[in-house]
Design a protein around this ligand. Structure first.
Ligand code: FE2
Length: 259
């Protein structure tokens, strides 16, 4: 019987987040967003893992890594007052560092996959994955990245529909079409970087490009069931320069469902 880590991780994360509460028990609303995000990413991982038939240690690792993936967000916000990595530091790296320092050693001493979990935390937000990820760690890294993206898709849509996307993306301009540099980037590389994002349309286009990074068929199916792709198709401005890219992303998502 292998050791279960997910229960310990859940208890630890709760206590760790509680350490950022004020004297009245209040948590900054932007930290509350990350707290609930962490739980939903864990739930997404649970759904994907169950469709993939994972069980035992593999399932326990997936739930644990997904739950802890944004650990770095809490000290990042406490210290820097922002979630913008470019203006502070890489929150995946900070998450790994925080867990090494604060997660109880005795709980992981006998847990053979702890380093894989730390790797999945560190790599969850990287645009490109490094070479040399072991075959044991790769599925864990991939399920966390998928689970995270699925919740961000949902979160962004919710904030746009409720007219409060600026709470989530304070630097973004709500009006305006696509930025030229971004259009050039997506048409040539099928992916895009945040450095060229100015408008909400730009941001949604970058988000759509994430479908090329999704790994598991259940993730594509969840995306469709959530209605995210049809919503994006409706809200993205029609523009001859990006229509080809949008169609190829939607096509990729459709093929991914049965991959
Ligand atoms: Fe993150």
């Amino acid at each position: 019987m292998h050791v279960q880590l997910h229960g310990t991780a859940e208890k630890w994360l709760k206590e760790y987040i509680d350490s950022f509460r004020d004297e009245n028990g209040g948590l900054h609303p932007l930290m509350e967003v990350k707290r609930t995000h962490s739980l939903r990413v864990r739930d997404n991982a649970s759904q994907i893992a169950s469709e993939l038939g994972w069980s035992g240690e593999q399932l326990d690792c997936a739930l644990t890594a997904a739950l802890l993936h944004d650990t770095g967000r809490f000290p990042q916000f406490a210290e820097w007052g922002t979630y913008y990595d470019g203006a502070s530091l890489d929150h995946g790296d900070l998450g790994e560092k925080t867990l090494r320092k604060h997660f109880p050693d005795e709980k992981v001493a006998t847990y053979g996959r702890w380093e894989d979990i730390l790797l999945a935390v560190r790599l969850h937000n990287k645009k490109e994955l490094p070479a040399g990820i072991t075959p044991a760690a790769a599925p864990l890294v991939q399920i966390v990245r998928d689970s995270d993206k699925l919740d961000v898709f949902r979160l962004v849509r919710m904030h746009v529909e409720e007219d409060r996307i600026n709470e989530l993306l304070p630097r973004i301009i709500l009006s305006g079409g696509y930025s030229e540099a971004l259009v050039r980037e997506v048409s040539s590389e099928r992916r895009a970087s945040y450095s060229n994002v100015r408008s909400l349309s730009d941001f949604l286009l970058v988000q759509l490009s994430w479908v090329f990074d999704l790994n598991y068929a259940p993730s594509f199916r969840m995306l469709r069931r959530d209605g995210v792709l049809s919503w994006m198709e409706r809200v993205l401005p029609q523009d001859a320069s990006v229509n080809g890219f949008i169609q190829s992303a939607l096509h990729h998502a459709l093929l991914g469902e049965s991959a």
